[in-house]
Design a protein around this ligand. Structure first.
Ligand code: NDP
Length: 454
């Protein structure tokens, strides 16, 4: 039965923001994990922590006007959501995608608060972005757009206030243009963005961190059951930053990625990805900015399938495999996909993307007691390495690849331990959804109480 304080707060959120389905989904998922904790800690209700934690501290929406290559004015809508700064400056990515709206960014910012807390680093939670679509735009158009976006954003961020990073549609190219404009406007060379290219303050391993971290988290879940990832066949979705480096780390550890996808379709790589296929994928997506079907045209044993709009399931998740790494976008696995994954033999799921599994899918995984690593824990390696980039920028140092990767590995191990231990105390052993939510929430709640009503 749902805790009565949780029910009250959820009802208020639903009443206040009825048109924000993704935000409501994320809030419900976190709050529903907290029943056991709230019973043992009545002070959280006494201080009305839930009422406060579901409300962003600050939210900025702004116009982003820019000129396209035909000198026509284009107007997009930009946002920055500064959700919670109880444990550090706001930190979280920027997403450039036509689907971006307040509901999606609020869900991402809310998730980010608990994820950042779980990393053990001093970073608060935020998120931002724009309904701009970088696909099909020239580099000059992307640059002019980024300059306009940063002209407003620069008024709200700062190295000790709010430090954005990349997300969908925001990679090294966009971060470079955004950083350049900030420096020009403020005449300051400071770490106000992470995910920067290496030549001007970026950290080694930041590009790889989310994908590598998601694989490390899967390894930790397997390790807790005395198993390992070597030899496992793995379904991977997406073909962007997270997907590419998930595939890379899986291959390094002797596992076989057998799929990747984009919004147009997916490819099945029957015998597992090779180094040549991965290299071509990086060229295709990061340099030529092409579509995933081109991979099947180049390699034997790679079959392409179009995305079927409005289908009731995604056939990518119906292939026989041992592990799954959803690494594209939110709600990409529905209840039917979840059943197909289990029927196909999948025993380990590590969410590289944010909220890729619907609530029904998550319940299916938990009921089946398979190893399920929620995004909040499994993909926290990206933001954790961003915090390492901030630390290097502040100290004007650059650590080696091995040093950063070892720190990332340790952070993912610690996140696993925190979620696993919390699951044992407040839920059932191995329920990483409850464990991650509780471990992340507790530090935020205690810090909010200590700081008074602010
Ligand atoms: P990229 O833009 O590099 O890649 C996104 C991939 O997902 C592309 O292959 C894209 O295909 C696909 N995709 C996006 N939207 C959809 C959609 N509606 N339907 C199907 N496919 C879609 O983004 P990232 O790899 O950085 O991000 C992927 C996920 O990981 C997101 O959920 C993000 O929030 C999460 N994440 C990212 C972190 C990071 O460090 N980058 C950190 C933590 C989480 P197409 O090109 O056709 O749009």
């Amino acid at each position: 039965m749902r805790n009565s304080y949780v029910s009250d707060v959820l009802a208020k959120v639903r009443e206040r923001d009825p048109n924000q389905p993704e935000f409501l989904q994320a809030v419900e998922e976190v709050l529903d994990s907290l029943g056991g904790l709230l019973e043992k800690h009545p002070e959280y209700q006494q201080h009305q922590i839930l009422d406060r934690v579901v409300e962003p501290e600050r939210l900025v929406q702004f116009r982003v006007p820019w000129l396209d290559d035909t000198n026509t004015v284009q107007v997009n809508r930009g946002f920055r959501i500064q959700f919670n700064s109880a444990i550090g400056p706001y930190k979280g990515g920027l997403r450039f995608h036509p689907s971006v709206n307040l509901s999606i960014l609020k869900f991402l910012a809310f998730e980010q608060v608990f994820k950042n807390s779980l990393t053990g680093q001093p970073i608060g939670g935020g998120k931002g972005g724009c309904d701009f679509d970088p696909k099909g735009k020239s580099d000059h158009e992307v640059m002019r757009f980024c300059q306009s976006f940063m002209t407003e954003l620069s008024k709200h961020i700062g190295a000790d206030t709010d430090v954005p990073a990349g997300d969908i549609g925001v990679g090294g190219r966009e971060i470079g243009f955004l950083f350049g404009q900030y420096k020009r406007l403020r005449n300051e060379f400071v770490g106000i963005l992470t995910g920067k290219p290496l030549d001007f303050g970026g950290s080694l391993v930041r590009t790889e961190a989310t994908g590598y971290g998601s694989v490390f988290f899967a390894c930790e879940m397997l390790n807790a059951k005395s198993q390992n990832i070597s030899g496992k066949r793995c379904l991977v979705s997406g073909s962007g930053n997270v997907s590419q480096y998930t595939c890379e780390k899986l291959m390094q550890l002797g596992a076989a990625p057998i799929s990747v996808s984009d919004s147009s379709g997916w490819v099945h790589i029957k015998d597992g990805m090779t180094a040549d296929i991965l290299e071509e994928l990086k060229q295709l997506k990061n340099v030529r900015r092409g579509r995933i079907h081109e991979l099947a045209e180049k390699f034997k044993g790679v079959d392409y399938h179009d995305t079927v709009r409005d289908a009731d399931h995604n056939p990518l998740w119906a292939q026989t495999a041992d592990c799954a790494f959803p690494s594209a976008t939110q709600n990409e696995i529905n209840a039917k996909d979840a059943k197909n994954l289990i029927a196909g033999g999948v025993k380990v799921i590590s969410e590289g993307a944010n909220m890729p599994s619907s609530p029904e899918a998550i319940n299916t995984f938990l009921d089946a007691k398979i190893m399920f690593g929620p995004g909040k824990a499994a993909n926290a390696g990206g933001v954790a390495t961003s915090a390492l980039e901030m630390a290097q920028n502040s100290a004007r140092l650059a650590w080696s690849f091995d040093e950063v990767e070892n720190r990332l590995k340790t952070i993912m191990k610690n996140i696993h331990t925190a979620a696993f231990e919390a699951s044992k105390v407040y839920s059932w052993e191995g329920n990483y959804v409850d464990g991650a939510n509780i471990a992340g929430f507790k530090k935020i709640a205690d810090s909010m109480i200590a700081q008074g009503v602010v």
